[in-house]
Structure formats: structure tokens, C-alpha cells
Design a protein around this ligand. Structure first.
Ligand code: F6R
Length: 242
């Protein structure tokens, strides 16, 4: 694991944007693995700025998102497809046909998971996978106890994750308890992974991921096994590293 500790969230976003910019400069047709949540928003804003300035293009890129709520279609404002359209895809020169988010409205979710894996393989595999980390150490929606070789599948969310994400839902709004997520094995197959974490509330999870044992109790610790994992932290997220 390569650990990069920067001053603040803005520097983390710029560092992450540099990795994606360089990847697309090397290969305009790169396959990018993307994430939702609060952490990557600043990185996406930076990529939008660079796209407007002409210093990065997504016109030939393909993307695969990590996860989606099961039970929400892509028009639902809390769906991850909607999030990606709003936060990135609608603002850059990407062909939406080349963007993939697991289908939250799949009639047969188990088949849809297999199909998602097949689509990733058909695209040639993921060149760079972006990740955030949950306070419980999850990556994607691979909650603690997820198999370290798991593939894309339907996963029940833990109470901790449901509570953490309740901030995005109105009090009387239906909040799904199930998801479709790339598995840990799927994530580890990416040729490079870049995990961003900012803020002191991630410090325990970051400590467990980097300095704890390799264990399904902290799914992000699986990145210890990856040959090309870059962990980009601000001072708060790094504050419990020894
Ligand atoms: C998002 C995802 C999650 C988040 C994690 C951190 O697609 O898969 O694992 O990366 O929950 O979320 P934030 O960035 O909101 O703290």
C-alpha cells in the first residue's frame, strides 16, 4: 500500500483528480471504477473543471460504479445512478452509454450481478478503481464479514451504514436495506485502486485498514493484498496511524 498524507480534503481531491487525469492521458479509453458518497464529490468537481478547461477528456472512457441501492431506479434522487449523473456525468464529455451503475431496479438481481461482472470483463477489466471507506471499514457496500474473494452480489446493509446514510434521505422516505455491490474480489481485480478518506471520523477505519490485521471484520484491510493500492488521506483521517 502506498500511503499519501495531505493537509486537507481539497488536496486529497486534487491528488485523486491527478491520478484520473494521468490515467486518461495515458489511455483515453480507460475503464474507470467510480464511487459515490461525500468523499469523491470534490474530486468530481475538480475533474469537471479540468474537462471544461480541456485538460482531461472522458469521451472514450468507460465507467463502472461500485454499488447501488436495490429497490431504487436510476431516476430516484437517492439512487447512485442519479448521483453520478448529477455529480459528474451530466457535466463532462462522457458518452452515458459507456457508464455503468448496478441496476437497482433489476427484476432478477442475482442475474444482474453476474451480468455486471461479465460487463466489466468484456470491457477489459478496471484500470483504476476509486474507493471511499465506511466508518465500519466497508468498501463499496462490502460490510464487515464480507468474503475477501466475494464478487458482485446482493448485500444487506448493516445498521451502522443505514444510520450513516440516513442523512441523504428525508425522515419519511423509504431507505433501502439492500444493495448490489461489487465484491471485494471484484475490487481487488482492478489494476490500481485509489482510496480517499478525509476527516477524523474515518481515523479508526483507516487505522484498521492499514495497521490492523487482514480480516473480513475490516473489508478495506483486503487492500493490503493489492499490488497497486494508493491510500490518500488528509491529516484528520490519518490521525490514528502510528
Ligand atoms: C460509495 C461506497 C461507499 C462509500 C463509503 C464512504 O459508492 O461504496 O463505500 O465510499 O460509505 O462514504 P462517504 O464518502 O460518504 O463517507
Amino acid at each position: 500500500m502506498q500511503i499519501v498524507i495531505l493537509k486537507n480534503a481539497a488536496e486529497v481531491a486534487a491528488y485523486g483528480a491527478d491520478i484520473f487525469t494521468q490515467q486518461l492521458a495515458r489511455n483515453a479509453g480507460s475503464v474507470l471504477g467510480l464511487a459515490t458518497g461525500s468523499t469523491p464529490v470534490a474530486l468530481y468537481q475538480e475533474l469537471i473543471r479540468r474537462n471544461e478547461a480541456g485538460s482531461v477528456s472522458f469521451s472514450k472512457a468507460k465507467t463502472f460504479n461500485l454499488d447501488e441501492y436495490l429497490g431504487l431506479d436510476g431516476e430516484h434522487p437517492q439512487s447512485y445512478r442519479y448521483f453520478m449523473n448529477e455529480q459528474l456525468f451530466n457535466h463532462v464529455d462522457i458518452n452515458k452509454d459507456n457508464t455503468h451503475v448496478p441496476p437497482g431496479d433489476a427484476k432478477n438481481p442475482i442475474e444482474a450481478c453476474k451480468e455486471y461482472e461479465a460487463q466489466i470483463n468484456a470491457a477489459g477489466g478496471i484500470d483504476v478503481q476509486l474507493l471511499g471507506i465506511g466508518r465500519n471499514g466497508h468498501i463499496g457496500f462490502n460490510e464487515p464479514s464480507s468474503g475477501l474473494t466475494s464478487r458482485t452480489r446482493v448485500k444487506t446493509l448493516t445498521k451502522a451504514t443505514i444510520d450513516d446514510n440516513a442523512r441523504f434521505f428525508a425522515a419519511d422516505e423509504y431507505q433501502p436495506h439492500l444493495s448490489i455491490t461489487m465484491g471485494i474480489g471484484t475490487i481487488l481485480d482492478a489494476r490500481k485502486v485509489v482510496l480517499l478518506a478525509t476527516g477524523e471520523n474515518k481515523a479508526d477505519a483507516v487505522h484498521a485498514m492499514i495497521e490492523g490485521p487482514l480480516t473480513a471484520a475490516c473489508p478495506a484491510s483486503a487492500l493490503q493484498m493489492h499490488r497497486h493500492a494508493v491510500i490518500v488521506l488528509d491529516e484528520g483521517a490519518a490521525s490514528k496511524l502510528k
